[in-house]
Design a protein around this ligand. Structure first.
Ligand SMILES: [Mg+2]
Length: 283
């Protein structure tokens, strides 16, 4: 049996491929061009909405597939799949929370984009895209501890979670970046974008190497599910401790796109050297 090896790369955006402050990715261009020349699929995996990711893709054309809302929604070749909870479940849970808590409550799925812009500092166009949510809903409220307890209880009755991010409590499902990455891999293989597609049965066996890059706690399930995990260090402050225990965890030498570029170049050097000795590499 002939063995071939293919590679797929999954990357977080903010603080990983995109600079923490100015959202630039230019420093990663050499690695991105190398990935393209090798026909290796590059998948964005983000807490952003699909509308936000589509907008980035429209401007830069960097990705072969998109995973949004922390793994809740997957887009490949224009086909959208929602492993996260249904929008209806999110709305029912939020409405139950509104009825039960003692403070006024709006959310990204319900308020006008002008209010999202005010709350976040986004431009109106960006706020419109941030509000186009499939399966997670940041709440706009000033809760007491008791309100948070009530909302958390109601979320769990709908099999949802209430997660406190940097600024908002977000109502969301149990889906995560790791599970969505595995689903995306299946779809890449079935669609023929990775491996030998439908022929990947008898004559050849494709070994797929997954590489994931991320910088924070919500990337851990994705890093854990990858063969090679790259942790991007923070731009400021002390050098980060490893986010997880992993048999092949690399900590990038620099933050943001510089670190992204350096880590991937060295991994590709290593894999391609191995391939030259024993295996066939193809994208
Ligand atoms: Mg990040």
């Amino acid at each position: 049996m002939q063995q071939t090896r293919t590679i797929a790369i999954f990357t977080d955006l903010d603080g990983t491929l995109l600079d923490h402050d100015d959202y630039r990715w230019d420093a990663a261009r050499p690695a991105i061009e190398r990935i393209r020349s090798l026909s290796i699929p590059l998948i964005a995996v983000s807490s952003k909405t699909l509308a936000e990711l589509d907008h980035i893709q429209l401007n830069y054309g960097l990705f072969d597939g998109l995973i949004g809302e922390n793994g809740g929604v997957i887009s490949l070749g224009g086909e959208v799949e929602q492993p996260g909870p249904s929008s209806q479940t999110i709305d029912s849970a939020r409405d139950a929370i509104i009825a039960a808590v003692n403070v006024p409550l709006g959310s990204f799925r319900t308020v006008p984009p002008e209010m999202i812009a005010t709350e976040t500092g986004l431009t109106l166009d960006d706020a419109i895209r941030a509000g186009q949510r499939h399966c997670s809903d940041p709440l706009i409220w000033q809760p007491s501890e008791q309100d948070i307890e009530i909302a958390t209880d109601i979320a769990s009755q709908f099999s949802l979670k209430l997660v406190k991010g940097g600024r908002f409590h977000t109502l969301c499902g149990p889906s995560n970046k790791g599970a969505a990455m595995k689903r995306m891999l299946e779809r890449l293989v079935v669609s023929g974008r990775l491996g030998d597609g439908a022929d990947d049965t008898h004559a050849t066996k494709t070994a797929i190497t997954t590489i994931a890059l991320g910088d924070s706690a919500n990337d851990i399930p994705m890093l854990a599910a990858a063969d090679i995990a790259v942790q991007i260090p923070p731009k400021r402050g002390i050098r980060s401790e490893p986010l997880l225990t992993h048999s092949d965890l690399r900590i990038a030498p620099y933050p943001g796109p510089e670190g992204w570029n350096a880590a991937l170049q060295s991994i590709l050097d290593q894999i391609i050297n191995t391939n030259n000795k024993s295996e066939v590499l193809h994208g």
